[in-house]
Design a protein around this ligand. Sequence first.
Ligand code: SAM
Length: 353
Amino acid sequence: MIQENIHLLACPRCRGKLRIERVQLKCLGCAATYPVDQDGIPLLFCPTEGWNKDRDVTEVVKAFYEKNPFPNYDDLESRESLEHKASRGIFARLLNEQIPAGSLVLEVGCGTGQLTNFLGMSWKRQVFGSDVCLNSLRLAKGFRDRFSINNAAFLQMNLFRPGFRDSIFDVVISNGVLHHTGDPYRAFQSIAQLVKPGGIILIGLYNRIGRLTTDFRRFLFRMTHDHLKFLDGHMRNRQYNEPRKRAWFMDQYKHPHESKHGMGEVIEWFEACGFEYLITIPKIDGSLFTANERLFEPHCKGNRLSRFLTEVEMLLEGGVDGALFITIGRRVCEDTFVGQKPAEARDSAALKG
Ligand SMILES: C[S@@+](CC[C@H](N)C(=O)[O-])C[C@H]1O[C@@H](n2cnc3c(N)ncnc32)[C@H](O)[C@@H]1O
């Protein structure tokens, strides 16, 4: 799939076109070369630019996931088991049903690639999974090759230096990733550039209030030298094998870097960067998220109070699944105002009309 779609790739350094040259990719602009590893994964990783070492956590986070690939495959031994597991979650099922036929999809920070592989099982679309972590990508690509998931492909890249051309994807998904970077808003801007006008972006982030339960458990685990792990429901889940439990525990409680975000804050990012707000999951207007929800249609964005109450509800429900909330938007504006703060970007967007 990478060979067929070489025209979609861009040099992470100079954004020039790439060409395949034996077992590597070569930039036609700056002549930089990028190897392809023995599993056939193009290695387009490039360090983040323009930050001092304290700000940039990419290398630290990459090293963490190289040791602890997430979410890992438990006993998924066939296409059917992945399909069955993914379809049990309403969100993945709705995505699979509602992504328009013929879409080009990118998952940024795909980890071990379950979602990319699940969505790539459909002949109706092409799905790229990208991540900084090579060990996760090897698990993802291994599953893809074993079960001939021909519409999924994987490559290594740093989301701050994307290996794709701008404005080419119909759908960009990044779930549970941006809060592990040194600047989540800049990370959002970086991947927002890859969405074509009219295309969709989905961002999953830890919620500031909902995640207080996890913060409290993390404190308890630290105090008890991890003796109370059973307090986390995932650690009691009989359907998880040991590597999967370990991956969850490390990701939630031993991570070197995470930030937390408000639902209103992400809506501001969207609006500042020329994206029309569509929906937040859980919903923020007081209504319930249903099994027939239309993910790509505009919904009410509630108000400060309704968003606050939704966040408190996440907390009261025990911060389920790490208290992630997902925001979806549609790109309506050609510019993404990269490098500007939300307020400045909003002003530029307003001037552009
Ligand atoms: C918590 S995992 C989420 C994996 C997957 N999205 C999921 O929902 O299961 C976060 C992933 O983000 C990746 N990541 C972190 N920083 C990144 C960066 N700068 N560029 C690309 N991927 C990054 C990590 O390697 C890791 O696989």
